[in-house]
Design a protein around this ligand. Structure first.
Ligand SMILES: [Zn+2]
Length: 427
């Protein structure tokens, strides 16, 4: 119900109440006159009783309705205030796939430019239906120019959501007349160019390894990553991700290549627990990656292991609900996303991210807000989630990390101070 509707309703009730008061006065006058005539008749008392009951019940009815509308208006105002707060926070994005962030309009423009038929998104979101977009995305991003456009648009969308630090991941592939290495160079040069502009957003790159492909490809990607990471000019490349179809490949086969990446100084994040596979989750936990992606199907013991080993969990609410085959609503998020609930209820370290914002029609504000709404987090707790995310970034430069922490946390403090001054402390 919108605020204007509620206000109209309240205005209407006030008018009704005024009419009732006026009617009461009129009826009293009429009664007085009638009483003079009927004073000796018993019907007068019956009429008087019925009329009083009617007036009293009408007044009570409208009084209750008014209170209900006032309560709804206050709740709506509180919700709007928290939503605006979520939007204004400086945010951090830690799990975003570059190609999964592609705008639908851009996808179809690029397809058209390659004389390919347009992509029609599925009417309802399911994990399977969303993933039908990937062959179209691959056909659309054919050249390094296409890749540059997609990269800049991804950064622009994150910046619009007030994200000031983003780790974006992508699996390199050879495009038209270019190599995998040039793919990475293109993304990195877009990041560098972006960083020269006015935006506060600091983009960082994680190179993905696809577990459904041969391990030799993983070595190829990690080799490129190590080479770029060790280059003196490197500022943006920070880590390696293991992802892809969780039903294919096995973590243990990728262990040596991930170990190589780690010993070279790269941070590691692993997509984990997207399907039920407890023994693989144990293998991943034994490796102790720097972060875990999703971590949905873990047991209580595995969750506690991750928490006790201080491995942050990358929670992506919309994506996770789709993976779990659940509806994207607050009830599902609160009651059936076990990992998120445990993260909220315990001292586990976690972040809120988008995964594939283009495919899942979401953005960082919406993801953070969905968590706030489901768990009824007030502004202090919403800010707390973002505050903690500062410590989970892969950024290796101490100064940059310190600036980031200062920017995020100073803004949080200012926003909470303003809220306190305005008396916005009610829950
Ligand atoms: Zn992912």
């Amino acid at each position: 119900m919108s605020l204007s509707t509620i206000n109209t309703g309240l205005g209407f009730i006030n008018t009704i109440n005024a009419h009732i008061a006026l009617a009461s006065t009129k009826w009293c006058t009429i009664l007085h006159k009638t009483a003079a005539k009927l004073v000796h008749k018993r019907r007068f008392f019956f009429l008087l009783g019925s009329l009083s009951t009617l007036l009293l019940s009408s007044t009570l009815f409208f009084h209750n309705l008014k209170n209900k509308l006032l309560l709804t208006r206050n709740k709506k105002a509180l919700r709007d205030r928290r939503k605006a707060f979520t939007r204004s926070l400086y945010k951090i994005e830690l799990h975003c796939h570059l190609t999964g962030s592609l705008r639908l309009s851009t996808l179809n423009e690029l397809l058209k430019s390659h004389n390919l038929p347009p992509y029609t998104p599925p009417p309802t979101l399911t994990l399977k239906s969303c993933f039908t977009a990937f062959p179209h995305i691959h056909s659309a991003i054919k050249t390094v120019q296409n890749l540059s456009r997609v990269t800049f648009e991804c950064l622009a969308d994150l910046s619009y959501a007030n994200v000031i630090y983003a780790e974006i991941r992508t699996t390199p592939r050879a495009l038209l007349n270019s190599t995998k290495s040039e793919y990475i160079e293109t993304v990195l040069s877009c990041f560098s160019e972006w960083s020269l502009g006015d935006s506060k957003l600091l983009p960082r790159l994680i190179i993905s390894v696809d577990r459904s492909k041969p391990v030799s490809e993983a070595y190829e990607n990690v080799k490129i990553a190590v080479e770029k990471f060790n280059h003196p000019s490197n500022k943006c490349l920070v880590g390696i991700d293991l992802g892809g179809d969780p039903t294919k490949g096995s973590f243990i086969d990728f262990l040596p290549v991930l170990t190589l990446a780690r010993t070279s100084g790269l941070k590691i994040t692993v997509h984990c627990g997207e399907i039920i596979n407890p023994s693989e989750i144990d293998e991943i936990l034994n490796f102790r990656p720097d972060r875990l992606g999703h971590f949905l199907t873990c047991t209580d013991e595995q969750f506690e292991r991750a928490r006790d080993n201080e491995i942050p969990i990358e929670v992506c609410p919309t994506s996770n609900l789709l993976t779990l085959g659940l509806n994207s609503d607050s009830v599902s998020l609160k009651t059936r996303h076990g990992t998120l609930r445990k993260c909220i209820e315990t001292a586990a370290s976690f972040s809120i991210s988008t995964d594939d914002p283009g495919l899942f029609r979401t953005n960082p504000v919406r993801e953070l807000w969905s968590v706030s709404k489901a768990f009824e987090l007030d502004e202090w707790r919403i800010a707390g989630v973002v505050w903690d995310m500062v410590d989970q970034v892969f950024e290796g430069n101490r100064k940059t990390r310190a600036y980031l922490a200062r920017d995020v946390r100073v803004r949080i403090k200012k926003m909470l101070r303003v809220l306190e001054e305005e008396g916005g402390t009610e829950k």
